[in-house]
Design a protein around this ligand. Structure first.
Ligand code: C2E
Ligand code: SIN
Ligand code: SIN
Ligand code: FE
Ligand code: FE
Length: 592
């Protein structure tokens, strides 16, 4: 007989607990030709329990009737041990009666085989349970590290508050400072508070750059993050260039990576941790090893002159982020006249950086938690999943911004809602955590029952946010629950409020009937994510489909306007297509 070996490099260890020697012998013989499976066996229930703890088998096969022990008690005992609680357990019994089976499943068995199953079926089940067990362990590990990040987060939040209070106190002590400087410090402290409220990393970086530019009156700026040994552009802003853009147009994203060395200005600050104040980048101080390299000139068609570049550090004093402020504007008058950054700009920026560092570090923790949840939910290539959710979030936020402009939403609401939307959009498919891998990773088309099961991911995910404590929970619940609704009411799952989600049982195979949602009944964020998600799904290659061309996708959006999608949002998406393409290029394969 030929055996197919699992791709995994480690062997699947099976522990057999059965009092009859002949069973162990038969099983050894059956499994001998499958090189990926290794069997250990014992006739004694007590030894079996000890072996389960010491050897940590991938699958336990257990007899039900053994002298002196109750098989059911043994199952309960294994399940009650925290180290064995999720180890796949298959009952191997000569008894085919349904009541016994039912009791075994009730006690926590994963499967029930009647002696003796066909060789191939036995092996297939062992492999299946081993795989599910590993997936479950990965999820548990992800959840554990999540819990750790959570307590870290609480600690960092307290630090942000403490830093905030210190800054206000400092402001009071600065009696001898000039009136102007005092006002600026008050302004910085207020900004710090604002920044402390944003949760998402991209939002925090966007706001950090925006506020730092406001404090120093800089026309443009970039923010870089040190990750995986390179210095990567995260955000850039440019008032002069943005003023020339057409309505609805956005500065495209760009993926610019600098080496962590002194060949660039940002790289130099990242590696040395020094703050630099430069009056004219074209005439750099000869003692500086770095040069302004026009080929790195990320503000295309723009003349860079003065710069203020500062590092943001984490709790261990390592540089996390480089903030690059470009072209000081003359204070007062027209504002367009060029100037240089002053020592007072530098001092105000240094105050601000203390707060911003904490906000960035905290946002990195939040982001790390979200990425872990998503990785656990999708169990796909984490690189692809990370890129997908970042693209969906980025495109959703761009659509919301445009929508907010068209609907005259004020800046503070816009910033708050953007932050909520970005996190909600990243989590839109988190309910896939409840979909069995066999469906989730099926290489071909799903059959009807599988697709029905798959459609439960939105309700399953929404359920996780039924208990709402913050507006972030509300936004996440709306997006996750309703991102597959359609404008013409033919989507799923229909009306579910928090109480209905809460009342859903843990196990269900298909969404229950619910009142269909139509048009503006569908929450705005869900309508936005629906467009962004389908746009991204269609332009991506999936295990079950090839990537569509840009023309095919545009055609599809037009066709589905007023059917699947909100027509207003289709118009916005079509306006933003160039930007969407830059988002795809920016998050093509980057590790999240
Ligand atoms: P997903 O891959 O992220 O796709 C999200 C949505 O994009 C889909 O929601 C659907 O509205 C749209 N979409 C994706 N591919 C196509 C396509 O080839 N043609 C059209 N017209 N629309 C497409 P939907 O249908 O509710 O599916 C939800 C999720 O279910 C999908 O998320 C995917 O994970 C899974 N899924 C759906 N169909 C299949 C399938 O045939 N095979 C497998 N393995 N998974 C599937
Ligand atoms: C640099 O930091 O030297 C390049 C970035 C830029 O062109 O502003
Ligand atoms: C939703 O389905 O989550 C929107 C209704 C609600 O506010 O709970
Ligand atoms: Fe989905
Ligand atoms: Fe998706």
């Amino acid at each position: 007989m030929t055996s197919t070996t699992e791709p995994s490099s480690t062997k699947t260890l099976v522990l057999l607990i059965d009092d009859q020697l002949i069973i162990a012998a038969a099983l050894h013989k059956k499994l001998a030709s499958f090189s990926d499976i290794e069997l250990i066996a014992t006739q004694d229930a007590e030894t079996g329990f000890a072996l389960a703890l010491s050897k940590r088998p991938d699958v336990i096969l257990q007899d039900l009737i053994m002298p002196g022990v109750d098989g059911m008690q043994q199952i309960l005992r294994i399940r009650a041990n925290p180290d064995l609680a999720v180890t796949p357990l298959v009952v191997l019994s000569s008894n085919a009666d349904a009541v016994t089976k039912e009791q075994c499943f009730g006690a926590g068995a994963n499967d029930y085989l009647v002696k003796f199953p066909d060789d191939l079926e036995l092996v297939a089940r062992i492999r299946y349970h081993a795989r599910m067990g590993r997936a479950q362990r990965d999820r548990d590990n992800a959840m554990r590290s999540l819990a750790q990040s959570q307590s870290e987060l609480v600690r960092r939040n307290a630090e942000v508050d403490a830093a905030n209070r210190k800054l206000f106190a400092m402001n009071k002590l600065l009696g001898e400072e000039s009136q102007e400087q005092r006002e600026r410090i008050a302004e910085v402290a207020a900004f710090g508070t604002k920044l402390g409220r944003a949760q998402d990393l991209d939002e925090v970086m966007d706001q950090t750059l925006r506020l730092a530019r406001a404090i120093t009156n800089a026309d443009a700026g970039s923010i870089w993050m040190i990750e995986k040994g390179v210095v990567r552009l995260k955000n850039r802003q440019n008032d002069t260039i943005e003023a020339t853009l057409a309505k609805g147009e956005r500065l495209p994203l760009a993926d610019i990576v600098l080496p962590p060395d002194s060949t660039s200005i940002a790289g130099y600050v990242a590696t040395t941790g020094r703050l630099l104040r430069i009056d004219d980048v074209q005439k750099l101080d000869a003692s500086l090893p770095c040069q302004f390299r026009p080929e790195f000139e990320i503000q295309a068609g723009y003349n860079t002159q003065s710069m203020l570049i500062a590092p943001l550090r984490d709790g261990r004093d390592e540089v996390l982020v480089v903030l690059q402020l470009i072209n000081a504007r003359g204070r007062g008058k027209s504002g367009a006249d060029r100037s240089v950054f002053t020592a007072a700009d530098e001092a105000a920026l240094e105050f601000f950086i203390g707060m911003a560092s904490l906000a960035v570090e905290r946002a990195r923790l939040v982001r790390g938690m979200i990425m872990r949840i998503i990785a656990a939910a999708e169990m796909r290539d984490p690189m692809e999943t990370g890129a997908h959710v970042q693209r969906v979030a980025e495109c959703s936020v761009a659509m919301y911004e445009r929508w907010a402009t068209l609907h005259n939403i004020d800046d503070s609401e816009r910033h708050r809602r953007r932050d909520e939307l970005r996190i909600a959009a990243m989590l839109h498919d988190v309910g896939k955590i409840g979909i069995p891998d066999l469906i989730l990773k099926k290489p071909g088309k799903l059959d009807d029952a599988e697709y029905k099961y798959m459609q439960t991911h939105s309700v399953r995910g929404g359920r996780l946010f039924a208990h709402s404590t913050t507006p972030y929970d509300d936004a996440a619940r709306e997006v996750i629950t309703h991102h597959h609704e359609k404008w013409d009411s033919t989507g799923y799952p229909g009306f579910f409020d928090a109480a209905m989600l809460e009342a859903m049982p843990t196990e269900f195979q298909a969404n229950p009937d619910a009142k269909p949602l139509r048009g503006l009944e569908i929450p705005l964020f869900a309508r936005i994510v629906a467009v962004a998600d389908v746009y991204d799904a269609l332009t991506s290659k999936r295990v079950y489909k090839d990537a569509w061309t840009a023309e095919q996708v545009t055609e599809f959006l037009r066709k589905e306007s007023g059917r699947a999608f909100d027509p207003e949002l289709v118009d916005i998406a079509l306006e933003l297509e160039g930007y969407f393409r830059s988002v795809r290029a920016r998050f093509a394969s980057e590790h999240a």
